[in-house]
Ligand binder design. Structure first.
Ligand SMILES: Nc1ncnc2c1ncn2[C@@H]1O[C@H](COP(=O)(O)OP(=O)(O)OP(=O)(O)O)[C@@H](O)[C@H]1O
Length: 920
């Protein structure tokens, strides 16, 4: 082990390490649990065969930012060196998160392998090292030791060194599990070679690299738009079109009238009859509602909407044609699911490049259809403009088809996958590419292109050989979104002599433009009719007397505002017959303690009777407050009654012997809430039987912290909150992310269509989910910026609505024990808590153990909404509710809760849904 402290030794080591192609790295951080953590050590090894740490380096960089920066500049930004961390999220915070490239996370690799195959209970580095690699001597105490003191102890140095060693071993082992390779007789027990990996490229980036290497470079290295939009195209039409096409596909799958259209015998089905009927249904169910909202917010969109509807009609007609063809080979029930495959899954594939390294490509295609006659899939790409470079689109479609085909092969399915590019606007134009063409021409060229792309992104000015300009400068430069930046960056003349790429890399001219068949002509069924003079080209479909939505021109309707709290259902609570007697008895009991009070009556809630008493003059309120324990004993009740001063009286809450249940379905029925309506969650029923809700769009209640000990009813509370959302919002309006480490809170919700991602049950996936949400938030902010909108509500009023995303995170304390996950979780909660409300992303975070070490100040200050169910102690109650609020420790359990509204606490009974009925 080389433990280096002197600057010149560290510099030499960095120069030496910069010559490696792969490094296994870890860091240790001093003061990690404070607001100012300091990088203490960087551990590195370049030798995966070193099981003792002999070759490992420990660079002592405590308070040496210059050396850390040197490490970042020499190693972290170098795309030729693969940097392997277990969970890079935390380390990169200190090692150039914004600039680091070619980083691999072993945690992400481990996430792909089911735990039973790993043979461990979790995917932490130490667990993997111990169980998977049979490494011993794992000292976990040093992890939390003080990395800021000097000198470091021999145990700390040993621990630091071994971290890099474990990492290399675990990495190698995971790769061998992921890419099993036969061991050849002559390499004996040697592990398989470790292929080099690089950051992934999206399929879109590959397309852009075909179109213009410089735009690809700028987009990849510096961000910004990467799409050539032909002049005269209406901006943002593509986003809206894709969204509406998805929604049409969904209703075609879900709504029975579509299936009924295919009930007659296949031979009697006629495209000219069916296509208009399909279009009409899609118009009524999807486009017309969209039109109303879109025009209401922006009447100038009429031209774009008109074009979108024209494009959708063409697409629906094409789908209908495929459905009619397939109907010959299956029943009316089967034809829609078998033809229009409703899955837009992400694809990814590791390509092996000519230099032997690996490159991952990811992407999501627009559509997938199946041809039952020819027994093959076809990937669809929708374009809302005529492509400036069809060969680049061919590359994109070919990549998808190749990646899907490989995925199917992994499932042992040998099915060819064709590709088609459907240009829907300004007129129908279809390019199809058969699997054979793709197989023979393009697929073999993709690896060369990927290798070239890697070389391009490694370039830095003023090095020689920058990425070459586009081969079509006259065509593409005028429509380039980064034209000016490109000229400044690469030199003023866009028409640079084209640096030839190797002939093997040229896209073959196999683009087969199929003439539009007569059957694909745009049907003349839907006509444009002028309505009000304000709408120049209103997208109104020809009036048909039978269809109510089509009869009405697209009059802009004001969306209903959310119902005020007063109008929410009030369900009468059945009072016990003897409430008054109980109140009077309490007065007598207090007199026995020499406290004189006036009896002001009772209010009866579902779980308790609130007795209102006013101390007589001369008697202190505090003398009543401190009687809690005595009353418990004298009244023989399970827990001490909650006593609180109220305006004009003191309330003493006594549990009801005939406690009532606030059943969910007595308070909430299915509602169709408009996308612009703020989301409300049901908190509980108050003493008047009124359902109290919280508005997630309100900054005071946009994110929640929920605490409650076992048996407090926390799980039931979370389930009722979730159901209250599902009952009001469609899956198009709302996506739900669920984290359920106990695996018992949300079992019935595994397959609901609202899910943002499969329910997360493991800590590493929980962190990944939080990262995804942060990324989604940032994407949304970028969209808002482009559309000049300040938040989700204003964006949704102008565009195809983005769904709200609500993450319900149960038992997050389970993730707070480990330093890495704890910090990452805290940081994600901090970022989301501070910014996500405007982006329509909300957190509801719950814990059974609201202790100071779990509900840290960062978490507390970023989750403004608070609900406390019964806590295990007064201290826990204070942590959830803040200040000196100890009352949650005296709640009755089973859904009895305190909801903090401003400085007030409301005692409510949470809704209970013993059976989960999903909204119909
Ligand atoms: N709102 C409610 N109304 C009536 N009964 C409830 C309510 N909430 C919970 N209960 C009852 O209390 C029991 C425990 O509730 P729940 O499972 O939600 O507790 P928990 O706080 O999540 O505790 P644990 O972690 O032990 O599961 C439930 O099985 C149910 O019988």
């Amino acid at each position: 082990m080389r433990y280096l402290r002197r600057d010149e030794d560290i510099e030499k080591a960095i120069a030496h390490l910069a010559g490696a192609t792969i490094l296994w790295l870890d860091t240790e951080v001093a003061d990690w649990n404070t607001p100012n953590p300091r990088l203490s050590l960087i551990q590195a090894t370049a030798n995966p065969d070193d099981r003792t740490g002999e070759d490992a380096y420990i660079l002592d960089v405590l308070d040496k930012p210059r050396l850390t920066d040197r490490f970042i500049q020499s190693i972290m930004v170098n795309p030729e060196i693969e940097k392997v961390f277990h969970n890079s999220g935390y380390d990169l915070k200190f090692l150039g998160r914004q600039v680091a490239c070619n980083v691999t996370c072993t945690l992400k690799l481990a996430n792909k392998i089911p735990l039973p195959i790993l043979g461990t209970g979790d995917r932490k580095l130490k667990t993997l090292a111990l169980k998977v690699c049979q490494l011993s001597s794992i000292d976990t105490e040093s992890q939390i030791s003080d990395w800021g003191k000097r000198p470091l102890s021999p145990q700390q140095l040993e621990y630091a060194k071994m971290d890099a060693v474990y990492l290399a071993q675990v990495h190698r082992h995971l790769l061998s599990l992921l890419n099993p390779k036969p061991t050849t007789p002559d390499n004996g027990s040697m592990s398989p070679p470790i292929p080099q990996k690089h950051n992934s490229f999206s399929v879109t980036k590959v397309r852009v690299a075909f179109e213009c290497p410089r735009l690809f470079y700028l987009g990849h290295r510096k961000g910004g738009m990467m799409m050539f939009i032909p002049l005269g195209s209406i901006s943002r039409i593509g986003v809206d079109f894709h969204d509406l096409a998805d929604r049409c596909l969904k209703v075609i799958h879900q709504e029975p009238p579509f299936q009924s259209l295919f009930t007659p015998e296949a031979d009697t089905l006629n495209l000219e009859d069916l296509a208009p009927q399909m279009q009409k249904l899609c118009y009524e169910l999807v486009f017309y509602p969209h039109l109303q909202t879109a025009l209401q917010s922006n009447p100038d969109k009429v031209q774009a909407l008109y074009q979108i509807w024209q494009g959708l009609q063409r697409l629906i007609r094409r789908w209908t044609e495929l459905l009619i063809r397939n109907r010959h080979y299956c029943t009316a029930q089967q034809v829609i699911p078998k033809t229009l495959i409703d899955c837009r899954t992400d694809l990814q594939h590791e390509f092996t490049l000519p230099d032997g390294s690996q490159q991952r490509v990811r992407g999501r295609f627009d559509g997938l259809v199946y041809d039952l006659e020819r027994d093959r899939f076809c990937i669809l790409e929708y374009k809302t403009y005529i492509s400036p470079d069809p060969s680049a689109q061919l590359a994109q479609a070919a990549l998808y088809s190749y990646m899907l085909r490989e995925e199917l092969r992994r499932e042992k399915l040998e099915v060819p996958v064709d590709s088609a590019v459907y240009s829907v606007i300004p007129e129908w134009h279809e390019l199809t590419f058969s699997w054979q063409d793709l197989e023979n021409n393009l697929h073999r060229l993709i690896p060369y292109k990927l290798q070239q792309m890697r070389q391009w992104i490694a370039w830095e000015p003023p090095q020689p050989n920058p990425p070459p300009p586009t081969a079509q400068p006259n065509l593409l430069c005028p429509m380039c979104p980064q034209q000016e930046i490109c000229q400044t960056y690469f030199g003023s003349s866009p028409v640079v002599e084209v640096q030839p790429t190797s002939p093997a890399l040229e896209v073959p001219p196999v683009v087969e433009v199929q003439p539009t068949s007569p059957a694909l002509e745009v049907p003349p069924v839907v006509e444009v009719q002028p309505t009000s003079p304000a709408l120049e080209v209103p997208p109104v479909v020809e009036v048909q007397p039978t269809s109510p939505p089509l009869e009405t021109p697209p009059v802009v309707k004001v969306q209903p505002t959310p119902p005020p709290l007063e109008t929410l259902p009030v369900v009468e609570v059945q009072p016990p017959p003897d409430a008054d007697r109980i109140g009077q008895d309490l007065v007598t009991l207090l007199e026995s303690f020499k406290i004189q009070v006036h009896y002001l009556g009772t209010i009866v809630g579902p779980a308790f009777i609130r007795v209102k008493l006013k101390p007589q003059l001369g008697f202190k309120v505090s003398s009543v407050l401190k009687l809690s324990d005595d009353l418990q004993v004298q009244l023989g009740i399970a827990s001490a009654p909650l006593i609180a001063p109220q305006p004009g009286y003191v309330s003493i809450d006594l549990p009801r012997s005939d406690r009532q249940i606030a059943y969910f379905n007595r308070y909430i029925q299915t509602e169709n809430t408009s996308p612009t309506q703020p989301p409300q969650i049901a908190i509980g029923v108050d003493l008047d039987g009124k359902l109290i809700q919280a508005n997630l769009a309100d900054p005071n209640t946009c994110h929640f912290l929920v605490g409650g000990t076992t048996g407090s009813g926390k799980s039931e509370f979370l389930r009722s909150v979730l159901l209250s959302l599902l009952y009001r919002h469609s899956p198009q309006q709302l996506e739900i992310a669920l984290v359920d480490p106990k695996r018992v809170t949300f079992p019935e919700f595994e397959d609901i269509p609202w899910l943002y991602a499969p329910i997360v049950k493991e800590s590493d996936r929980a962190i990944a989910l939080m990262y995804d949400l942060v990324e989604e938030m940032e994407n949304r902010y970028r969209r808002f910026e482009i559309s000049k909108c300040s938040d989700l509500a204003s964006y949704n009023a102008k565009h195809s609505p983005l769904p709200r995303i609500i993450c319900i995170f149960d038992e997050y304390a389970d993730f707070m024990a480990e330093k890495d996950t704890r910090t990452e979780l805290e940081q994600s909660i901090k970022r989301l808590g501070a910014m996500a409300r405007a982006a329509g992303i909300h957190l509801i975070v719950a814990t059974q153990r609201p202790e100071a070490g779990i509900v840290t100040p960062i978490i507390r200050s970023n989750l403004p909404g608070r609900v406390a169910l019964r806590t295990a102690s007064e201290a826990d109650s204070k942590i959830i509710l803040g200040g000196s609020q100890t009352q949650a420790a005296y709640l009755l359990g089973k859904g009895d809760l305190l909801y903090q509204v401003g400085s007030q606490l409301q005692r409510l009974q949470s809704l209970f849904a013993p059976e989960i009925d999903f909204p119909g």
